[in-house]
Design a protein around this ligand. Structure first.
Ligand code: HPA
Length: 313
């Protein structure tokens, strides 16, 4: 596991397992520094951000009037090591709507701390983002969630053994105990299912279980997950959702079912299959995102900017 020079916690503490610069505090100031840097690269002030999972980064290549900012140049931003993640923040417009698109994210399985994983979400909060669209690849547990289906996440089960809000709470981001009753915005969910069905994509809703990975699940684990109410399984998204809720950002989550979960079909799981299915469904996924953006923009239009970095207060 990599070591960071400014790590401050004592050996044996949780942050020893997940070496991080974030545990000592100052996260708010770091997020402001990153937001300031991003605002220095573009005149656009997006209110909607998208996290584009494996393969879906291509959507951000379609943004108009775009500026592409490598994660490596943004202060304190984590760098993705996952295949298929370009590692750029693209600020541009989709049909005239300003958006910020992350081409790839970092995961717990790469060795990043929960706080590092969610740093970009906190930067979005400081940029004044009000709606976050999270996309991912997932294994289908529910039988009808076959390869290639797009599923709107209705709720989640966090089995990652980690929560990004553990540690001192900075009230400037949000409250100590944040409500997760409506983590996935109902209006956004309805709009996306509606648009998806209008487009003939057969989009429905499901509960996403997040595990740390990187190994795929065992068939017994999938039977267990089905028993506790999970319809989909994956290795991302949940830390970002928890953080967005904490910061008051409304969330839409959409999974692309890239494979039947372990044990459902009598065949081994391969990452290549995940990438191939993602590639095959990419066009539909992008069309669905484009279809829901105007409705999302409209539903957040009335929310003000007070307290945001560089915002009107
Ligand atoms: N399990 C966990 N994560 C995944 C899967 C899976 O089957 N498919 C895509 N991401």
């Amino acid at each position: 596991m990599k070591k960071k020079p400014s790590r401050t916690a004592s050996p044996g503490s949780p942050s020893e397992r997940w070496p991080t610069v974030a545990v000592a505090g100052g996260e708010f100031e770091r997020a402001d520094e990153a937001a300031k840097y991003v605002f220095g690269q573009t005149r656009l002030r997006p209110k909607i951000a998208l996290v584009l999972g494996s393969g879906l980064g291509a959507f951000a290549d379609e943004f108009e009037d775009a500026v592409k900012i490598p994660y490596a140049t943004i202060p304190h931003f984590p760098q993705s090591t996952a295949i298929g993640h370009a590692g750029k923040l693209v600020i541009g417009k989709v049909d005239g709507i300003p958006v910020a698109g992350m081409q790839g994210r970092v995961h717990l399985y790469e060795g990043y701390s929960p706080k590092e994983i969610v740093f970009p979400i906190r930067v979005f909060a400081r940029m004044g983002v009000k709606a976050l669209i999270l996309t991912n690849a997932a294994g289908g547990i529910k039988r009808e969630f076959t390869q290639g289906r797009l599923v709107v996440i209705s709720d989640h089960i966090n089995l990652q053994g980690a929560n990004p809000l553990v540690g001192p709470n900075d009230e400037r981001f949000g409250p100590r105990f944040s409500d997760m009753s409506y983590a996935y915005d109902r209006r956004f969910r309805e709009m996306t299912v509606g648009e998806g069905n209008r487009m003939g994509l057969g989009v429905s809703e499901g509960v996403y279980a997040a595990l740390s990975g990187p190994s795929f699940e065992t068939p017994a684990e999938i039977r267990y997950l089905r028993g506790i109410g999970a319809d989909l399984v994956g290795m991302s998204t949940v830390p970002e959702v928890i953080t967005a809720c904490h910061c008051g950002i409304r969330v839409l989550g959409i999974s692309c079912v890239t494979n039947a979960a372990a044990g459902i079909l009598d065949q081994p799981l391969k990452h290549e299959e995940v990438l191939e299915t993602g590639e095959r469904v990419k066009g539909q996924f992008i069309s669905l995102l484009k279809a829901v953006l105007p409705g999302i923009a409209e539903s957040i239009a009335a929310i003000g900017d007070s307290g945001v970095f560089g915002g009107v207060s």
